[in-house]
Structures are given as C-alpha cells and as structure tokens.
Write a protein that binds this ligand. Sequence first.
Ligand code: DC
Length: 235
Amino acid sequence: MIIAIDGPSGAGKSTLGKMLARALGLLYIDTGAMYRAAALAVVEAGVDTNDAAAVAACAQAAQIELAGEPDRLRVLLDGHDVTEAIRTEQITRLSSVISTIPAVRRDLVRCQREMGARGGVVLDGRDIGTVVFPQADVKFFLTAVPEARAQRRYEEDKRKEPGLSFDETLADINTRDRRDSTRADSPLAIAADAVVIDTTELSVDEVFARMMEVIRERVDKSKVQSPMSNVPSQP
Ligand code: DC
C-alpha cells in the first residue's frame, strides 16, 4: 500500500501524513526533509550553490536517513541528527533551490523508491503521485489559499524567530510555490487521478476523516485485505 500526498508548502501534508501513517500502521516518509538534509550538506561543505554539478555531487555523497516512528521522525545526515537544523529559513529556501537540479532529484527519488519498496508507506512531497510512485494506490493533493498556508507557517515559525512578520512568511511561501511549480524537472503538479482537498476552511480532523474515507473506498474497491486489515471499518 502506497499513499502519496502532494501539495504546496503549508497545506497540511506532514501533519496528515503522520496521522494516516499512525492510524494505518504504515511507514511515513517526509521527502521534503530529504531535500532539506541535502541542502544542509551543501551549506556545511561550503559548496557554491550556483554550481549545480558541485551541489549534486555533495548531495549524492550525503548519507540521508529517516528514522523512528511518524511522530518522532528523526532526520540523519551522515549519522548526525539534523531534525531541527533543517528547519531554518536558510535551509527552507535553499532546499527549494537545489531541488530544481535534476541530478539532485535523481538520487533522492531513487532513495525514496527503495524506501517505498520495503512495504506500506505514506510519502509526502511535491512529485510523489506524478513521478516517484505514479502507481501509488491512493493519491492526495492537499492545497489551501496562500494566506491560510502562510498563517499556519507563521504560527509555527514565530516561536523560533520572534522577529518574523506575516508578510515575510507570505512572500516566502509565494516565492517557493512559484519555484516548486515552474521548475522543468518534476514540478509540483496534480496527478490526473489524485483526490484534491482544499484545506483552507477545514480542521485537521475534518481533512483526516475525508482522507480515511477515500482510503476505505479504494481498499473496498480493490478488496485488498493486507496490510490494510487495520483500517478501522466504517461506524
Ligand atoms: O515539504 P518541504 O517544505 O519540507 O520541502 C522543502 C523543499 O523541497 C520544497 O520547497 C521543494 C522540495 N521538494 C521537492 O522538490 N520534492 C519533494 N518531493 C519534496 C520537497
């Protein structure tokens, strides 16, 4: 069972991805964290970020691992825990920049496919349903208006960065959306068979309920017994 969740930043992908993984007993793979870890490797190595070949070589040499349960997912770079270090503003911006380099993507996509091949997984990212696992059993595309996504990001980030303004967060979201959606290689796009959910006006629990409903429908249709036997049945 492979569940793909794509969408722009702040749409709720990781919150919902973790909830689904926990409810269904699946592995959770945060593919954005992998691009972030690659960006951190580039910064730590002092590589010129305009030199695509050098960035790709650095990203390829980096040992990136995801470990632990969905709620306590740790990101390791060359054996070091970088879970917090990859959430800075600098790494957020740079991860979007280096993810436009095809050689960086090739390596991380291969890694993601290997992880997915191990068993039941929920993956969140930008190109999961279109490129990484076009044969995924269920595909979601979560979205929300930029202002709502920026508000969520702002609430999360202002604790870490008290000087941050909402307008800066919104501008950053818009820049990232544009870069992630217009790059030539694997841009953010809605897969033809994805279920699109606009989370602007919905609570997390409402989105979760809708996603579980879709998964149950698909499982009933394909009559898959395992590993989805732990999907709670309809009340
Ligand atoms: O989901 P996130 O914000 O942690 O992702 C960081 C960046 O990584 C995002 O701006 C674009 C890139 N990314 C990507 O290109 N493909 C993915 N599957 C996941 C993330």
